[in-house]
Structure formats: C-alpha cells, structure tokens
Design a protein around this ligand. Structure first.
Ligand SMILES: Nc1ncnc2c1ncn2[C@@H]1O[C@H](COP(=O)(O)OP(=O)(O)OP(=O)(O)O)[C@@H](O)[C@H]1O
Ligand SMILES: [Mg+2]
Length: 349
C-alpha cells in the first residue's frame, strides 16, 4: 500500500505519493494515523526559549510558532539572537530552558531530520576540498536520499554546470550550495539564516521566488534577513526580536499598517486654500519644504473630491506608506546593541 511506504519515507515523498494517488484525501487519512504529522504538523514551535551565555540571556523567554503555507521573516538587529534561536531549533545549541519543537518533536528525535527540516545556517560550513556534487552526495548518502535528487537540487539552485572545489566558490555560490543542501531531502520545513547574503540581483530574485513557491506548496519557511526591502516583498508574516525577546509576531501587512506612518502627499494649484479646506473637514495638514501638503485624517478619495468641488487643481495625490525598514527601525530602536556612530562624531572624538 503506497501510502504506508510514503509515511516511512517522509514528508516530502508523502506529498508526492498523495499527489500521484489523486490528491490530499489520502494524505489526510495518513496524517490521522501518523501522530508526528498531526502534532505540530510542519510547524516550528518555540516555548519560553532561553539561552544564557554566562550571566547574559541572549535569547530570553522567547515564544512563537512558525506556521506552514507562508513565508515567515525572522528579523532583529545584529546580536538579537536570531541565529542562536535557529541553532537551538536544530539542536546545535542546547537551550538553558524552554523548548524548540519541529513537527511536534525535538529536532534530535526526528526519524528523518533532513526530510522534515532543511536548514541553511552557515554557508561557509562546507568541506573546501569537495565539489558541490560530492558535498551533496555525502549528505544524501548519510540520510538515505536518492542520488537522483542531487541533480535536481543542483539544477534548481543554478549550480548544475559548476565544477571545481567548494573552497574556490564565491559567497553567493556557497549560499546557493547551502540552499541546495537544505532542499535535498525535499523537506516540509525550511529554515534559512540570511540566505540572500552575497547573492547577486538574479540570485535574490530567485530565492524570493523559491521561498514563495515553497510556502505556496504548503511548506513552512522561516527566513532571517537584514534586507528589509526584500523581506517586505517576500514575507507574509514577521517575527521580530530584539535583545533576545519577542517584539512583534504579526502579519507583514498589519505590521506596516500599524507601525508606520501613512499620509497623502498632495500638490495643488492653490495649496493654502486646499489646506484650509481639508483642515475644516478634520484633516491634519503639514506643509512640506517644497509647498506640497502632507495630509492625514482623511481618505484619499475625500481629499480628491473636496479639491474638485472647490475647483482646485490637483497635480499630484500620492498615498505614502513608510517602508518596512522605517517601521523596523521604529520598533527595534531600543533593542539595538550595536549602533553605528556618525562620521562627524567619530572625527570629533
Ligand atoms: N558561544 C557564544 N558565547 C557567548 N556569546 C554568544 C555565543 N554565541 C552567540 N553569542 C552572543 O549571543 C548574541 C546573539 O547572537 P546571534 O548570532 O544569535 O545574533 P543574530 O540575531 O543572529 O545577529 P546577526 O544579525 O548579527 O546575525 C550575540 O550578542 C552574540 O555575541
Ligand atoms: Mg545571525
């Protein structure tokens, strides 16, 4: 009975077999009888996780759940504890207290870890003398992954024609190899620590598309990055930490809406007149240096209609939202460990 075999082979194969057998119904039946697929299915669950180095808690009572079907961005200033949290999820660091579960179990208790969780933590952690293929072949052999999967992931990550030793790879090529290794077991959960680091624009676009596709297939994707513009495009959900503590666990859209300023920039033929008019309808209106109006407290269509009714020409009407970067800086301001000084200040001291 193919479905039973699928259970033993792991999560990725399960989906393939379920697809071949006519859809999700059978997968549901299997999930019902397979506790680990039900308990925390494809989830990362962090409960009151703490990691101390000496007296200092670098991860401090952290709790959040990473769910399937969406890309979750894991954000925080340098030293916030993102990599440490990811290491604890993978059992590479032992928590001082609290738990980190994947698929409802501790990582070290997973029967087929690479088929359930694919991770890229440190792209440089590869044997420099091996080729990309040999590196992946060693991982595949140790995890009983069919060799045919090596060519698939090499192709998927654009390394298909790469020759030579990994030691000579550029940072971007090592990142791609790290992603290839993470995808090798076709896992239901992907965890990537700063995967776009060192990637060229094509690579950044590729990894964004890849993460979104993996999430759309129902996988769980947790990704850390400092590239806020990228995260705004990639992440559906954000977990933001600072100094080891949770600052926000929120859908990206809600975070941007609630944390950041939104106003309407209006350029008009008679700005002073429009300003008075809008203020008499309850708007707050600031005048920018170039004479444009920055309007809050009224919907854009009301602003346009009021101007039209007063026969004031509107030359521009733009809704302005703060970027994720601005919102991130605003919310993490107090949690920044390492803040750069300005050049003037450095020269003065
Ligand atoms: N083995 C260790 N011994 C002592 N302190 C450590 C150790 N590992 C990490 N830390 C400290 O824990 C804190 C969190 O580090 P971590 O690498 O998790 O941060 P991060 O959020 O990933 O930062 P970045 O954005 O710079 O990658 C840092 O202050 C770091 O110095
Ligand atoms: Mg880190």
């Amino acid at each position: 009975m193919p479905v039973v075999i699928a259970v033993w082979l792991g999560d990725g194969i399960l989906r393939t077999v379920a697809r071949r057998n006519g859809g999700g119904a059978r997968a549901m039946v299997v999930a019902t009888f397979w506790p680990s697929l039900v308990r925390g299915a494809r989830m990362i669950e962090i409960h009151d996780l703490t990691k101390r180095h000496g007296p200092r808690a670098v991860v401090d009572g952290l709790s959040f759940t990473v769910r399937p079907g969406r890309v979750t961005g894991f954000l925080g200033p340098n030293g916030a504890g993102k990599s440490t949290t990811m290491r604890m999820i993978l059992g590479l660091d032992a928590p001082t207290s609290g738990t980190a579960l994947v698929v409802g179990e501790r990582y070290r208790d997973l029967r087929r870890p690479l088929r359930q969780v694919g991770a890229l933590l440190d792209a440089g952690a590869v044997h420099p003398g091996r080729s990309a293929r040999a590196h992946l072949a060693a991982i595949a052999a140790a995890n009983r992954i069919p060799p045919s999967r090596i060519d698939e992931v090499l192709g998927l990550t654009g390394l298909g024609s790469t020759r030579g030793r990994v030691g000579a790879f550029s940072l971007g090529m090592k990142q791609r190899l790290g992603v290839a290794a993470a995808l090798l077991g076709d896992p239901g959960i992907l965890m990537l620590d700063e995967p776009v680091n060192g990637l060229d624009p094509e690579g950044i676009h590729w990894i964004r598309t890849l993460m979104r596709e993996l999430a759309a297939e129902g996988r769980t994707v947790l990704v850390s990055s400092h590239l806020m513009s990228e995260m705004a495009l990639t992440a559906d959900h954000l977990v933001i930490i600072g100094k080891g503590r949770l600052i926000a666990d929120t859908p990206t859209a809600a975070f941007l809406k609630n944390t950041s300023r939104t106003d309407i920039l209006v350029r008009a033929s008679r700005p002073q007149e429009l300003r008075s008019l809008l203020m008499s309808h309850g708007a707050q209106v600031a005048v920018e240096a170039d004479g444009a109006l920055a309007v809050t407290g009224l919907e854009p269509h009301i602003v346009g209609d009021l101007a039209a009714a007063a026969r004031i020409g509107v030359h521009e009407l733009t809704v302005r939202s703060a970027s994720l970067e601005e919102a991130f800086m605003a919310i993490t301001g107090d949690a920044v460990d390492y803040r750069a000084g300005s050049i003037e200040r450095t020269h003065q001291s």
